[in-house]
Design a binder for this molecule. Structure first.
Ligand SMILES: [Zn+2]
Length: 388
């Protein structure tokens, strides 16, 4: 069994140990020490990083009480080595994890829901609860959780006997065999947990719930604690500051201003569509009546506009009307119609010539294709000459 120094002192950064074994596994080595401050992956938390004997530790796993440190280069058995965990990283993880206990304890006490999933990534951590919580309820929980931080309570670690355990009310995600380790935040939470925690709640710093979504009949809540919450605040504040400068608006009023902008854009878009329609009507008026074939290329047409234009042309008694929306580079959408000719062979021919797709009814076809305007015009003319 490896002696677990992270249980003796969760704030131990450096330690010395004797290498008991080092075995090659694939292209890496697994070093076993008599004692270690490296916390292995487990309980929703990824493994500590750091160095042993000056070499990087890539991963840490525990199997049957023995802790294996994954290394690129081997350590010599029998040798005494110095180890150091990446403290910034570990402290951040403890801030998140201790914060999670307080929030989960509050949710359990106030609403009776269980934490049924916990994941700690390198950004936000997520907690899945077995019931639905509203944004208002989460706000209250966040407030109470931060009160626990301000109280700067001692976080206790207990190793109760079996008898003591039967009398103890505690949260637990799994059935645990052997000695149970209990982490208690007095007045807030008692939970079975194998991870290292901060010593006092004040070390957690800010507890910030940053998102909630419905998940498997309950909710998934994202949270940031301590320095991660500060980094997130900084990022968001910077973003609001930039928007406020761009809009020449006060920081507290940017959302209102963006809403106004969106409404303005929508109204401008409506005006633009109306103007485009008017413009098209003028263009169609220029076209003489009773033409054999009218081909129009318009770059700015959207939605149903190509079809509307084609109908206007047919109203001017053109035998065949072909409208192309787009350009040579990005390709064209086409709509072609006639009151006398079957348009389907037109579509078939154009599709074959210009890697197009589409079709339709005898009186109208539509689709898309790629090609040069001049060549497309020639092809449509050739179709018109042919008696399909
Ligand atoms: Zn825990």
């Amino acid at each position: 069994m490896t002696e677990k120094l992270f249980y003796e002192d969760s704030h131990m950064i450096t330690f010395s140990a004797i290498v008991e074994a080092c075995v090659k596994r694939g292209e890496y080595y697994e070093a076993v020490l008599n004692r270690t401050a490296f916390f292995p992956e487990g309980g929703g938390q990824y493994a500590d990083t750091g160095v042993i004997g000056g070499e990087s530790v890539l991963d840490v796993q525990e199997r049957e009480g023995i802790i294996y440190h994954k290394m690129k280069t081997p350590l010599e058995a029998g040798q005494t080595v110095e180890g150091a965990i990446d403290w910034e990283e570990r402290f951040s993880k403890m801030q998140q994890h201790s914060g999670e206990h307080i929030v989960s304890g509050l949710v359990n006490a106030m609403y009776g829901y269980d934490n049924v999933g916990f994941h700690m990534g390198r950004d936000a951590i997520t907690m899945d609860f077995s019931g639905v919580l509203s944004k208002e309820q989460l706000k209250e929980i966040e407030q109470k959780a931060n009160e626990a931080v301000v109280k700067n309570l001692d976080i206790e670690v207990l190793y109760p006997s079996k008898e003591e355990l039967t009398d103890m009310a505690y949260r637990s995600k799994i059935e645990i065999e052997g000695q149970v380790r209990i982490v208690r935040v007095p007045g807030y939470d008692t939970c079975a947990c194998c991870a290292p925690h901060v010593k006092k709640t004040g070390e957690i710093g800010l507890i910030k719930l940053i998102g909630v979504q419905n998940y498997k009949g309950g909710v998934r809540v994202s949270m940031l604690c301590g320095f991660r919450a500060i980094a997130d605040y900084e990022e968001k504040a910077e973003s609001v500051k930039r928007i406020s400068v761009m809009l020449s608006a006060k920081e507290a009023e940017v959302a209102e201003e963006v809403l106004k902008l969106k409404e303005e854009i929508a109204s401008q878009k409506g005006k633009l569509i109306e103007m485009q329609r008017t413009l098209l009507k003028y263009k169609v008026n220029e076209i003489p009546e009773n033409q054999d074939l009218v081909i129009l290329f318009e770059s700015g047409l959207e939605g149903s506009e190509p079809r509307e234009l084609m109908n206007l042309v047919l109203e001017k008694k053109a035998e065949v009307a072909a409208v192309f929306a787009g350009n040579d580079d990005k390709g064209y959408r086409y709509v072609m119609g006639s009151k006398t000719r079957d348009m389907r062979p037109f579509a078939k021919t154009l599709n074959e010539l210009f890697q197009g797709r589409g079709g339709g009814k005898p009186e109208m076809v539509q689709g898309s294709l790629c090609g040069e305007e001049e060549k497309i015009r020639e092809a449509v003319k050739a179709c018109k000459e042919k008696a399909f």
